[in-house]
Design a protein around this ligand. Structure first.
Ligand SMILES: [Zn+2]
Length: 401
């Protein structure tokens, strides 16, 4: 007990000591022979930024040196704390320091430098150096339009009202669309039955229209929530092979969303190896538990729900919250759903607009007659608020690296 009390006693720190830590930084810890006690390992905790935070010019101070951001957290009162080697300011249990981000990924180390109490905490942050307002439009659950084109044998892909709808929106707003497709429809149709005679037309439109994997089929729900990575990748490869066959490599894109937005950590790693760099989900608390969130824990899910973006360093994939689900948002509620994203100070510069194919089709049981208007209202909002259309799978969330 005596030992514990002495740890909490304020340290008498001379100016000379402060300078030594400020200058020598982490080196001092290495050269000074002290042991880190197990009890003190969690004594220093970085609260801001969050591990995996993706920051841009609105989150710090931009200069020729890089982006200066504030780092804060908690540590026992009056103990010395350094942040990447620089002495942090203390305010009670809080410590506050600064770090200059110079490259895309920076590790931040907060270290407790007390005479008897040692410990450290680490986080990594991503700097979106060239960030600007941009949006991506994804349509999930696709199979009906491919079946329709295969059966109707149209002269052009855009004789199908569904693709014509997207081309009209593209011509009006320059929107880019990612259509996430199933391998099989509910009546036995599969992508193997889609002809390759539209290949040149797909390629001609590949600068704004992409096809990507979504799932093997609409049912069962949550197909990859607990599935082994081999099942997920097996389905992925089936769809990828067919898209390449009938639409060419130019049209193929890695998916930005899986059906039901659930996967295992192994599944996510396998997707990253296939070139997936970003995935979206609802990251919503439904009936008391976080869901449609790729199985991440409550702490991370809540973070994405509030900040929209987060890098999972374990898989190497960026996760983004869907800003709106157009099919379930009436036209007069679109602006109020999206407006908070454009408010200062933490303005979102990346916005994912999402909808689902089935609600476009009159034969579907839950057909939404004004679905096109709902999508257009979301696109118009993004356009009016200065967001540029991009594909999130390209480069760094659609912007330069
Ligand atoms: Zn889906």
């Amino acid at each position: 007990m005596t030992n514990d009390n002495s740890r909490l006693r304020p340290l008498a720190v001379s100016r000379r000591d402060l300078l030594r830590f400020a200058v020598a930084g982490a080196t001092a810890a290495v050269t000074t022979p002290r042991t880190v006690s197990a009890a003190s390992a969690g004594a220093v905790k970085i609260e801001e930024p969050f591990d995996g935070a993706i920051v841009h010019h609105r989150h710090g101070k931009l200069s020729a040196n890089g982006l200066t951001i504030t780092v804060s957290g908690t540590a026992p009162k009056s103990e010395m704390v350094t942040v990447n080697g620089q002495l942090a300011r203390r305010e009670g249990d809080t410590f506050i320091g600064e770090v200059v981000l110079r490259q895309q990924v920076t590790e931040i180390v907060a270290a407790l430098r007390g005479d008897s109490l040692r410990g450290e905490d680490r986080v990594q942050v991503v700097w979106d150096r060239h960030s600007r307002p941009r949006y991506h439009f994804a349509v999930d659950d696709n199979s009906f339009f491919l079946r329709d084109i295969a059966r109707q044998k149209y002269t052009s892909l855009f004789d199908c009202f569904y693709l014509k709808t997207f081309r009209d929106l593209h011509r009006k707003y320059r929107t880019r669309f990612s259509l996430n497709v199933y391998y099989a429809a509910d009546d036995g149709f599969t992508l193997t039955q889609f002809p390759d005679r539209y290949k040149s037309e797909w390629k001609d439109n590949a600068d704004w229209l992409k096809l990507a994997f979504h799932a093997y089929a609409d049912a069962p729900a949550r197909p990859y929530q607990e599935a082994p990575a081999e099942k997920l990748i097996g389905d992925y490869d089936l769809v990828a092979e067919q898209i390449h066959r009938f639409a060419g490599a130019e049209t193929f894109a890695p998916p930005t969303n899986l059906h039901w937005s659930m996967a295992t950590p192994e599944g996510l790693k396998a997707l990253r190896q296939r070139g997936v760099r970003v995935l979206s989900g609802y990251f919503a608390k439904i009936q008391g538990r976080w869901d449609i969130n790729y199985n991440f824990d409550a702490r991370r899910s809540e973070y994405v729900s509030k900040h929209d973006l987060w890098m999972d360093f374990q898989s190497g994939i960026i996760f983004i919250r869907d800003a709106i689900v157009c099919n379930s948002t009436p036209v007069d509620q679109v602006a109020q759903t999206l407006d908070p994203l454009a408010r200062e100070p933490d303005r979102r510069e990346t916005v994912n607009l999402l909808t689902h194919e089935q609600y476009f089709w009159p034969f579907y049981r839950a057909y939404v007659p004004d679905h096109v208007q709902r999508c257009e209202a979301a696109i118009r909002w993004a356009t009016d608020h200065g967001y540029q259309p991009v594909f999130f799978h390209e480069h760094f969330l659609g912007g330069p690296e």
